[in-house]
Write a protein that binds this ligand. Structure first.
Ligand code: GLN
Ligand code: ZN
Length: 763
């Protein structure tokens, strides 16, 4: 049984590539030095995989920025606006064109925008979206895949397995940049270029296997898209008879595409048996006996040790049907989504550590599973023991938390009175003007504030010194908001590093790694908290700051919390219970904080849920079930308060049409959303649905330093008032202001308040 790896993290164990890229962009590092850093990361990865006994070692999984952008360059799909940079490639280098596409190009009098970026399926990785025109042409442009294949072959002393995104997935990842065609129609122009690439890999580098990633085979497909798969793979098989294609799927089950996938003329098929173990039996029936089946049994999306018993069950099933010779064993997907090496975590408690595996450890798990199949019983015993301690450890299991979740009823997720009633009570209490103004929570996190926190963490500042400085920043902000004339104030979130980490650090059941970085996009990495055990809240988390802030103003001060679904979505989540159960535990912890804020006299409490949409399952059939439990978790967190207490929520993505009913079901008294970039178009969905509760459509884009004029915000407010009842409309920016500077923030909010006043006069 061959050991197959799909891809390896590429920022380097100490984020070496991040530093090198950023140095190159800043002009402080030479191109040579950048390439050297890249080579070192690549070679270290190859060495590691070679040492781990991986049979199919991937190459071209490395990327300086993004593997989809690599494909666009390989296939010559370079948008026209980069022509000045392309023609300059002779003088510059391909890498400058590449980074121009990723990040924009502002040089030598040129100002060219970057390509768009979007989420890679349901991960937190973001890719650069290919752009297609109706008459799009493709040709081999970049030689990166050939160079990396050659270098890897030389380094390993054997042929590596080049990784490419398959032709259908490549097209589906992209976007039409003009009307009048469907990008899938480009498949006939695209396939010949793939044929050339594959043949060149085979002829020049004697490559045996090539991995073509086609995760779209595990998504909902139209008949035309299914047909594109048949067409592309038949053509490749016919014209590249000497190459073995390993058709690679992940992130979901093949489902209704199983027959299609099993019928494609390829040498191997990889499936994700972590997300979708149930698909194995059907595949064993459908897949022709000569096709090698790669069994993705090790979770490439998480940091947990593999449960060997569970994997062996799947492996045994496959071996019984097909024998060992045409099976491979593999991680479920590329290890890109896991941190590098658990050994770098010197501060983790031994017991917890024994339940975890990062990328390097996952390679070892492939070996261990194979050794166990060959009769090594002690490895299995050790794994069983780790699993057993995890099932029973008092570190993880808190019977009270479990009992509380089990006892939840519909009543816990329901406010006392319906919204219409609450609105009357709340309006009587708050006495706000029409079109009340507010902000989303954070204010500029300037270098001062960040340095303050860094010094406090290092011990250079005492707790009292740190809090004094935060208090001063908070009071200054309150005074400024009063002078500015905002109606509902916030405390500014100066005490928070990050909206998830801040809560995770105060909740039980969370841990933080020192080096658990994963790539988010380009050189940007995130270090998600780990939810390893039952979650509960030992003490108040935000009451101190909200109470302090409310005590310093006569105006209403919003309490500010992160919602349960967002905390879940931006963490590594335990895999020993359904996500919905963990969501409910988080919901109860937030609910307790909501109750504590209410008790402390806070009358408005905002529970941010910017990540609800990110959790949407990839397949339409699974979406309703997710939205049900996600909305319930939010409602549990919010429903303990009296009618007169106003619950706000905030979401910042620009698509609501398909989930508007669920957003309404959250039943927040006020929702603030991102709308300014779409000129209020998004509000139409809310209007069409007769969204019943109050809503604050963002009137200016906080992603840009630009200060919007009073007039343009007035226009947006007029549009909003034409779509929704005036008494339901709030006025606020699109999102939090923590990435902005003070001068632009102040100017923009002053204009916003003026726009709201002007709008009031007109009613
Ligand atoms: N309250 C948070 C802030 O203002 C919300 C951030 C977000 O939606 N991502 O920063
Ligand atoms: Zn936001």
């Amino acid at each position: 049984m061959l050991k197959n790896n799909l891809g390896y993290p590429r920022v380097g164990p100490r984020r070496e590539l991040k530093k090198a890229c950023e140095g190159y962009w800043a002009g402080t590092l030479s191109r040579q030095a950048l390439f050297l850093a890249a080579t070192q990361v690549r070679e270290a990865n190859l060495q590691l995989q070679k040492d781990a006994g991986i049979d199919l070692v991937p190459c071209n999984d490395f990327s300086l920025y993004d593997q989809v952008l690599d494909m666009s360059l390989l296939l010559g799909a370079i948008p026209e606006r980069y022509t000045p940079v392309v023609t300059d490639v002779a003088n510059n280098a391909e890498v400058d064109l590449y980074f121009a596409m990723a990040r924009g190009y502002q040089r030598d009098g040129l100002d060219i925008t970057a390509m768009e970026m979007t989420k890679w399926f349901d991960t937190n990785y973001h890719y650069i979206v290919p752009e297609f025109k109706k008459d799009q042409a493709f040709r081999i442009f970049s030689s990166k895949v050939f160079a990396e294949t050659g270098a890897a072959r030389h380094f390993l002393g054997k042929v590596p397995k080049p990784v490419l995104i398959g032709p259908v997935t490549y097209l589906l990842l992209g976007k039409e940049k003009e009307a009048g065609f469907d990008r899938i129609q480009l498949i006939q122009k695209l396939v010949p270029v793939y044929v050339d690439i594959l043949n060149k890999l085979q002829e020049d580098y004697q490559v045996e296997w090539v991995q073509l990633d086609e995760p779209f085979l595990a998504m909902d497909l139209t008949p035309a898209q299914q047909e594109a798969f048949r067409y592309a793979y038949a053509a490749i098989q016919k014209q590249c008879p000497h190459i073995k294609i390993l058709l690679t799927t992940y992130f979901d089950a093949l489902g209704d595409n199983a027959t299609l996938a099993a019928g494609l003329p390829v040498a191997g098929l990889h499936v994700d048996l972590v997300r979708a173990p149930q698909q194995l039996e059907l595949l064993l029936e459908l897949l022709p006996p000569h096709v090698v089946l790669s069994l993705g049994v090790i979770d490439g999306r998480n940091i947990w040790k593999n449960d060997f018993e569970r994997s062996l069950h799947l492996l045994d099933l496959a071996i019984k049907e097909r024998g060992r010779n045409n099976l491979m064993i593999a991680p479920s997907c590329s290890l890109l989504h896991t941190p590098f090496d658990l050994e770098a975590e010197t501060k983790l408690a031994g017991e917890v550590r024994n339940w975890m595996a990062f990328a390097k450890q996952k390679l070892q798990e492939l070996n261990d599973l194979q050794a166990i199949l060959e009769g090594n019983t002690s490895l299995l015993a050790a794994n069983r023991q780790a699993m057993e301690t995890r099932r029973t450890s008092a570190l993880i299991h808190n019977p009270q938390v479990k009992a509380r979740v089990a006892a939840l009823t519909e009543k816990d997720a329901t406010r006392h009175q319906p919204f219409a009633q609450r609105q009357i009570t709340q309006h009587a209490r708050f006495q706000l003007p029409l079109f009340p103004t507010t902000t989303i929570g954070s204010f500029p996190q300037t270098a001062d504030i960040r340095q303050l926190r860094a010094r406090w963490k290092k011990g250079a500042l005492t707790q009292a010194q740190y809090e004094d400085a935060l208090e001063k920043a908070t009071v200054d902000l309150i005074r400024w908001q009063e002078v500015c004339g905002l109606d509902v104030l916030v405390h500014g979130e100066f005490e928070r590093n990050d909206m998830v980490e801040y809560f995770g650090e105060q909740l039980q059941g969370f841990l933080f790694t020192s080096n658990g970085w994963v790539q988010s996009y380009g050189s940007r990495c995130v270090k998600p908290p780990v939810i390893f055990g039952d979650v509960w809240r030992p003490a108040d988390m935000t009451v101190r700051w909200s109470r302090f802030a409310q005590a310093h103003t006569e105006k209403w001060m919003k309490g500010m919390l992160t919602g349960p679904v967002t905390i879940l979505q931006w963490s590594f989540v335990r895999d020993d219970q359904p996500r919905s159960v963990t969501a409910n535990q988080l919901a109860l912890a937030i609910r307790d904080e909501v109750a504590a804020l209410e008790n402390a006299g806070i009358a408005m409490i905002q529970i941010d849920e910017p990540a609800i949409r990110e959790g949407l399952p990839l397949r339409r059939k699974d979406r309703a079930m997710y939205l049900d439990w996600a909305v319930t978790a939010f409602r549990i967190s919010a429903s303990c308060v009296r009618d007169e207490t106003q619950i706000h929520t905030h979401m910042c993505y620009s698509e609501f049409n398909d989930i508007i009913a669920h957003i309404a079901a959250m039943d927040a008294d006020v929702i603030t959303i991102e709308t300014s970039r779409s000129q209020m178009e998004l509000l139409e969905a809310f209007a069409y649905f007769h969204y019943p509760n109050e809503i604050g459509p963002g009137v200016y884009d906080i992603h840009s330093p630009r200060v919007p004029s009073v007039a343009e915000m007035e226009v947006l407010l007029e549009k909003a008032a034409a779509l929704l009842p005036a008494k339901n409309i709030w006025v606020n920016p699109d999102c939090g202001l923590k990435t902005r500077n003070w001068p632009e923030t102040k100017a923009a909010l002053e204009n916003m308040v003026a726009a709201a006043k002007a709008a009031r006069e007109k009613v």
